[in-house]
Write a protein that binds this ligand. Structure first.
Ligand SMILES: *Cc1c(COP(=O)(O)O)cnc(C)c1O
Length: 404
C-alpha cells in the first residue's frame, strides 16, 4: 500500500519557507534593539490580534496554558472554587483550573459537535449542584466547592454553542473563559450578540494558544488573552509579569508568563495571512465533505450547525473501528492524529474525582472513535482524493473482513 509519498497531518515547513525573508527580518530587527521581552512589537501584535478577534483588549503571554490560567485568576476564580468544562479537551484546560487553585468538574458534550452541551450544563447546575443560600452561587455536589466559572472549549476550530451557555452563566453568576486555543477566527451566529461573533469576543475573557501547529502559530511558544473588560486585561498584564504594576513594584505575586518580542513580530507577519489560511482550510473541508458524501454512515463527518462558521483547526471524522483505519492510513504514508484518546475524567491526574466510564458517555464514545485527517491550508486536492480513497478502502476491507 506504500505510495512513496508521505502526507503529513500538518505541514509546518512550507508556510515558513514561503515567509522566510519576512520572518528573518523580524529576528534581525530584534537583534538591533535587543528589546526581547515586551515592548512595542508585543504591543503592536496585541492591538492587531484584538482587532482580528473583535475584542477590545489583548494581552500576549507565554502560552495558551498561561492564557487560561491568567484569565481564570484575573476573572476572579478563587482557591477552592470549582470550574466546569468538558472532558474531551487538551489537558491544558484542566491544568489551568488546578493551577488557579480551583477544581475541575465536567459536563458532557453534544454528540455531533463535540462541544459543551448547554442542556448538560443546565442539568449540572440544576441537579448536580445545590444553591448556597447566602451567596446564591451553585455548589457542586461532587467537589463541594462553589461553581464560579465555566470554560467552553471551541474544539477543532468550531465554537461551542455560546448563547445558551452565556445565558446560564448570567443566571448562575459564572465567569466565562472561552478556550479558543483551536479557534482563531471561528465565528458564531449569536442572537444575544446580534449577528456573527468572533471567538474571543463573547466570554468575559478568552484564551488563545500560538503553539506552532495552531491556525496561527508562533515559531516557539506563545499565547494571548482577549477580553472586553479593561480591568481584567490589566490584571492579566500584572499576572504575566510577576504582579508588577511598574518595575519592581509588585501589587501581587504573579508569574513569568510574558510574550517575547521575536514571537510577537513573527506572529504579526503570520497574522496578515490568517484570514486567507482559514478560508483555505474551509475549502479543504468542503472538498473532504464532498469526497466522503457517498460514505455516509461508515464515516461520520464534522457537523456544522447553522450558527457556526468553523476554521477547521482539525478535520475530524468518526468511524467504528478507528485503530484499524489509523493503521491502514499509517501504512499508506498518511499522517493522522487522535484528539484526544483519553477523556480527562478518566485520565490519571483526575482519579481523585472518582469519575468512572459511563459518566460522560458522549465524550467517551467520541474518544474511542475520532480520527483527525491531514488538514492544513496548503493541502492539495489531489492528495485529499488519495486520502479519501485510502480511507474508503480501509473501511471496505474491514467490512468484507467482518462478513467472512
Ligand atoms: C493547544 C491547546 C491549549 C494549550 O496551549 P499551549 O499554548 O500549548 O499551552 C489549551 N487548550 C486547547 C483546547 C488547546 O488545543
Amino acid at each position: 500500500m506504500i505510495t512513496g509519498e508521505q502526507i503529513p497531518l500538518v505541514d509546518l515547513v512550507t508556510p515558513h519557507q514561503e515567509l522566510e525573508e519576512e520572518l528573518v527580518s523580524v529576528f534581525k530587527a530584534a537583534l538591533k534593539t535587543a528589546r526581547f521581552i515586551g515592548g512595542p512589537m508585543v504591543e503592536a501584535f496585541e492591538r492587531e490580534f484584538a482587532e482580528f478577534c473583535d475584542a477590545r483588549h489583548c494581552v500576549g503571554v507565554g502560552s495558551g496554558t498561561d492564557a487560561l490560567r491568567f484569565a481564570l485568576i484575573a476573572g476572579g476564580v478563587q482557591p477552592g472554587d470549582t470550574v466546569v468544562t468538558v472532558p474531551n479537551t487538551f489537558i491544558a484546560t484542566t491544568e489551568a483550573i488546578s493551577q488557579a487553585g480551583a477544581r475541575p468538574d465536567f459536563v458532557d458534550v453534544d454528540d455531533r459537535t463535540y462541544t459543551m452541551d448547554p442542556e448538560k450544563l443546565r442539568s449540572y447546575l440544576e441537579i448536580g449542584c445545590t444553591r448556597d443560600v447566602k451567596t446564591n452561587q451553585a455548589v457542586s455536589k461532587r467537589t463541594g466547592g462553589p461553581v464560579t466559572a465555566v470554560i467552553p472549549v471551541h474544539l477543532y476550530g468550531q465554537m461551542a454553542d455560546m448563547d445558551p451557555i452565556l445565558d446560564l452563566a448570567a443566571q448562575y453568576n459564572l465567569i466565562v473563559v472561552e478556550d479558543a486555543c483551536q479557534a482563531h477566527g471561528a465565528e458564531y451566529l449569536s442572537k444575544r450578540g446580534n449577528g456573527w461573533r468572533k471567538a474571543g469576543s463573547m466570554g468575559h475573557a478568552a484564551a488563545f494558544s500560538f503553539y506552532p501547529g495552531k491556525n496561527l502559530g508562533a515559531c516557539g511558544e506563545a499565547g494571548a488573552i482577549t477580553t472586553n473588560d479593561e480591568q481584567l486585561a490589566r490584571r492579566c498584564q500584572m499576572l504575566r509579569d510577576h504582579g508588577q504594576s511598574r518595575k519592581y513594584f509588585h501589587d501581587l505575586e504573579g508569574y513569568n508568563g510574558r510574550l517575547d518580542a521575536i514571537q510577537a513580530g513573527l506572529l504579526r507577519v503570520k497574522l496578515r495571512h490568517l484570514a486567507k489560511w482559514n478560508e483555505q482550510r474551509r475549502e479543504r473541508a468542503r472538498d473532504y465533505d464532498e469526497l466522503f458524501a457517498n460514505a455516509e454512515g461508515a464515516v461520520v463527518l464534522p457537523h456544522v450547525p447553522i450558527w457556526s462558521r468553523p476554521v477547521y483547526h482539525l478535520y475530524v471524522v468518526r468511524v467504528s473501528d478507528r485503530e484499524q483505519l489509523q493503521m491502514g492510513l499509517t501504512a499508506a504514508g498518511i499522517g493522522t492524529g487522535i484528539h484526544y484518546p483519553v477523556p480527562l475524567h478518566l485520565s490519571k491526574p483526575y482519579e481523585a474525582l472518582r469519575l468512572r466510564p459511563g459518566d460522560f458517555p458522549v465524550a467517551e464514545q467520541a474518544a474511542s472513535q475520532v480520527l483527525s485527517l491531514p488538514m492544513f491550508p496548503g493541502l492539495s486536492p489531489e492528495r485529499q482524493r488519495l486520502i479519501v480513497t485510502k480511507v474508503l478502502q480501509s473501511i471496505a476491507v474491514r467490512e468484507t473482513g467482518a462478513l467472512r
